[in-house]
Design a binder for this molecule. Structure first.
Ligand code: B12
Ligand code: SF4
Length: 463
């Protein structure tokens, strides 16, 4: 039995377009979902994982599979449907799973043979058995997996073409920020994988650099943090000789022992969600952790950096409290915090989030011709009606933020401090130029987007 597991590309997501910029090589990360599915698949299946972000293959030239499994974030949904149509036309059954299939079940059911909602661990075996017997059900709900049942991902199946490997150590997040799908999808209960599994998983990754895909590396409660410390001790003891980066909330900076252990375990940097520099903004998105009284972001960032780890700050633009000048304000705040890079996204109502419900009830979702408009749900394009900005206005704010934070003098100043503090200057250099380049690529994407938007608006007027 032949199984293709496919990660569709999204032509509009500049951060994953390798050919446009060599810096992007460092920002193409493996579709771990498909490697985990492969880990759940019995040996009688011959598995090929196709990651279209490395270039879409000529499916015609490939042997006919018995089953196709497709994953998709929302921004990849349209390409996923094209791929599904291709295989369904050949009479090959197509199963789709992942975040978009879960949040937009009815839409997806119209376009594939079968859908797996939520986490696949509990049902994938059944799906394969049903497919083998030609009696696939229309829908399977995996619910939330027992964390100890998450298998070792098949890292051997995607071993070339990437700068980073990928590993997951936890699932779920209790914080439920309004714009984020994680609590809705993976649940509020924070689940940490058995330490021995994670160590084995790291050992099976070939790359020297690893992205730990967790949304919240250390969790929120003392017992989560104690587990994280044990994990870091075990990773250090395993002497992996790997460097890894992860996403964490700002409480990562609160515990010196934790920081020392993370650094010893190979942590080279963390992505921290600052979201907004204004307390009103944090209140708006429900990021309670960052609102803790007396929190000093600059001091927190410095504490992390003192352990030789880089800090990438993530911000959102287009909150209701944001007013003209927000681009420069974000760049200034990020420079003041002292972060090494920033990643700024437009406030985007992703399906299944609290923000989606709110914006839909206020009729503020501007790009709502679905599924076509999902292409633009990349966070690099403004898809909603923002309180204080026109479309061009908010895009100009984004460019001004990029020009300011990634201006040559500022990049060089940051690099100098990386060299001075002996804090991963090479990684910082690559990250700064990759982000700088992406701000420019976003301009091209925006020009295409504007053309599409004006054509669509005139069609609506005519009809
Ligand atoms: C790692 C990651 C990335 C990596 C991508 C790596 C990759 N190629 O997959 C990078 C950094 C490149 C990235 C980029 C983006 N990301 Co991202 N990312 C994540 C993150 C943190 C982890 C995903 C992961 O690997 N999980 C581990 C695996 C094992 O879990 P899983 O993917 O959920 O898979 C399980 C199930 O979903 C299911 N499943 C999944 N696929 C399939 C397929 C089949 C057939 C079946 C049966 C089951 C199944 O089974 C798996 C095992 O249980 C998630 C957050 C999250 N918790 O999901 C956000 C997340 C997926 N990203 C998000 C977004 C918005 C983006 C971007 C659009 C914007 C951005 N700038 O970040 C881009 C777009 C990329 C693109 N290709 O179009 C959103 C997506 C929301 C949505 N509705 O689409 C998420 C949920 C974060 C959030 N804040 O809401 N991302
Ligand atoms: S943004 Fe981060 S902290 Fe907030 S719910 Fe999502 S994963 Fe949790």
């Amino acid at each position: 039995m032949r199984l293709y597991l496919i990660n569709p590309s999204n032509p509009f997501v500049s951060s994953v377009k390798v050919k446009e910029s060599r810096w992007n090589r460092y920002r193409v990360w493996k579709p771990l979902s498909l490697m985990v599915l492969a880990g759940l698949t019995p040996p009688e299946w011959d598995i090929t994982i196709v990651d279209e972000n490395l270039g879409a293959p000529d499916y015609e030239a490939m042997p006919r599979p018995d089953l196709v499994g497709i994953t998709a974030f929302t921004s990849q949904a349209n390409r996923a449907y094209d791929v599904a149509t291709h295989f369904r036309n050949l009479g090959v059954p197509v199963v789709m799973g992942g975040i978009h299939a879960t949040m937009c079940l009815d839409e997806v059911l119209e376009r594939v043979d079968s859908v797996v909602t939520r986490e696949a661990e509990g049902v994938w075996g059944q799906v394969l058995e049903d497919a083998r017997q030609g009696r696939l059900k229309r829908c399977y709900d995996g619910g939330l997996a027992e964390i100890a049942e998450v298998p070792l991902a098949r890292h051997d199946l995607l071993s070339a073409g990437y700068a980073f490997g990928a590993v997951q150590t936890t699932r779920g997040c209790p914080l439920n920020c309004s714009f984020c799908s994680v609590t809705a999808f993976n649940g509020a209960r924070y689940r940490q994988r058995p330490i021995a599994d994670v160590v084995r998983e790291f050992q099976s990754v070939r790359e020297k650099y690893v992205l730990v895909v967790d949304d919240n590396l250390i969790g929120t409660r003392p017992e989560h943090i104690a587990h994280a410390k044990d994990l870091f001790r075990a990773l250090a003891q395993a002497d992996l000789r790997k460097k890894w980066v992860a996403q964490a909330t700002i409480n990562f900076a609160d515990d010196e022992e934790l920081l020392a252990l993370a650094a010893k375990a190979g942590c080279a940097g963390v992505f921290i969600g600052f979201e907004s520099s204004a307390p009103e903004g944090l209140l708006e998105v429900g990021k309670k952790f960052n609102l803790l009284k007396g929190r000093d972001f600059r001091a927190s960032v410095r504490r992390i950096q003192r352990h030789k780890m880089l800090v990438a700050g993530s911000f959102i633009m287009g909150l209701d409290i944001d007013e003209p000048g927000i681009g420069e304000r974000i760049a200034e705040a990020a420079s003041q915090y002292g972060v090494d890079t920033i990643n700024v996204g437009f406030l985007t109502p992703l399906p299944g989030t609290r923000l989606w419900d709110q914006m839909q009830s206020e009729d503020r979702i501007a790009l709502d011709a679905f599924p076509e408009d999902w292409n633009y749900y990349t966070l690099n394009l403004p898809v909603a009606r923002y309180k204080h900005f026109t479309l061009d206005g908010i895009f100009e704010e984004m460019m001004s933020c990029g020009r300011n934070f990634y201006s040559m003098p500022r990049v060089l100043r940051r690099l100098w401090s990386n060299v001075w503090q002996r804090r991963k200057p090479l990684i910082s250099l690559v990250a700064n130029f990759s982000y700088k380049r992406n701000f420019r690529l976003d301009c091209t994407a925006y020009a295409d987007f504007k053309r599409y938007w004006s054509q669509r608006s005139s069609c609506v007027k005519e009809s």
